[in-house]
Design a protein around this ligand. Sequence first.
Ligand SMILES: [Zn+2]
Length: 133
Amino acid sequence: MSDVFDAVTRSEIMRRVRSSHTRPEIKVEAALREAGIAYSSHPKAVTGSPDLVVEDGKVAVFVHGCFWHGHTCRRGARVPKANREYWQAKISRNRERDCWNLERLRNEGWRTQIIWECELVPGVLALQNLLAH
Ligand SMILES: [Zn+2]
């Protein structure tokens, strides 16, 4: 049976469908728990419902999948051959929404940290560094 999606896209979709908690988010949460940092996940009351919020320090954290948010890495540069325009439009809408959310959060006095899926460890370190100041 042929598949309209290539293997990469298929696995991204399955990962997305499985739960609202992506695997990278789960890893970041584990690292925060290990570091004793209290957080809440997907708080509806916060602008843009960030993936994680560290209230103590007022930091909003977005854990971005490279494909879905168009990261400038190899995985982010990959666009499926099938339905190319559809995916490009979808990713560019995601990016616009990301920008808009960051701007609104900053206007509301939040500090923000984006953690990319391909840079989880440096991302968590950057967050810890942000929280220390
Ligand atoms: Zn990436």
